[in-house]
Design a protein around this ligand. Structure first.
Ligand SMILES: Nc1ncnc2c1ncn2[C@@H]1O[C@H](COP(=O)(O)OP(=O)(O)OP(=O)(O)O)[C@@H](O)[C@H]1O
Ligand SMILES: [Mg+2]
Length: 149
C-alpha cells in the first residue's frame, strides 16, 4: 500500500504522525527517510503522542543512538542514525534485537541496509521538502493499516 500526503505545517506533520500512531498494533518498524529538517522528529512526536507519551520528551537522540519511552500500551524505541552516517557498517545499531517487540521508529533509516525495508512489519516513510513549510510524506507498507486521511 502506498499513500502520499502533503503537509503544509509542522502541526500537520505531527497530526499525520498521530494518525499513523493510532493504527499501530505494537510490532512495527517505522523507517523514516529524509534530509535535515524534513520533519522526521516532529512526525515521531505525533506517533509518541498517540501512544500516550509526552511529545516534548521526544527529541533526536544526539549522543545516544536510541531513546526508549513507555506508552500506555506499547514501548516506543526511537533511533536516530544521523551520527552514524556512512560509518554505519562498523556501528550497526542493535535494532535487530528489538524487532517483533514494541514500536520502533528510525530516523535517517536511509543509512540502514535495504533488508530492513523488506521486513514484513516495516513501514517505509519518505519525507521530501517542497518549500519552506511544505513536505511530501510518502508512506509505503505491507502492514495492513487502514489509513483515513
Ligand atoms: N510541514 C512541515 N512539517 C514538519 N516540519 C516543518 C514543516 N514546515 C516547516 N517545518 C520545520 O522543519 C523543521 C523540521 O524539524 P524536525 O526536527 O522534525 O526535522 P528532522 O527531519 O527530524 O531533522 P533532523 O534530520 O535534523 O533530525 C522544524 O524546524 C519545523 O518547524
Ligand atoms: Mg530529527
Amino acid at each position: 500500500m502506498i499513500l502520499k500526503v502533503n503537509s503544509n505545517s509542522p502541526d500537520k506533520t505531527f497530526e499525520i504522525g498521530e494518525k499513523i500512531g493510532r493504527l499501530l498494533r505494537g510490532n512495527e518498524v517505522i523507517l523514516l527517510c529524509g534530509d535535515l529538517g524534513a520533519g522526521k522528529t516532529i512526525f515521531t512526536k505525533g506517533i509518541a503522542s498517540s501512544l500516550g507519551i509526552n511529545p516534548d520528551n521526544v527529541v533526536s537522540p544526539s549522543f545516544v543512538i536510541m531513546n526508549k519511552f513507555e506508552g500506555d500500551l506499547h514501548t516506543l524505541l526511537h533511533f536516530d542514525l544521523y551520527r552514524l552516517g556512512e560509518n554505519i557498517e562498523n556501528n550497526v545499531p542493535e535494532i535487530d534485537e528489538y524487532i517483533d517487540e514494541n514500536i520502533i521508529v528510525v530516523e535517517w533509516a536511509q543509512y540502514l541496509s535495504p533488508s530492513y525495508f523488506r521486513l514484513k512489519n516495516s513501514i517505509d516513510i519518505k519525507f521530501s521538502v517542497r518549500d519552506n513549510y511544505i513536505r511530501t510524506i510518502k508512506i509505503k507498507t505491507r502492514v495492513g493499516l487502514k489509513f483515513v486521511f
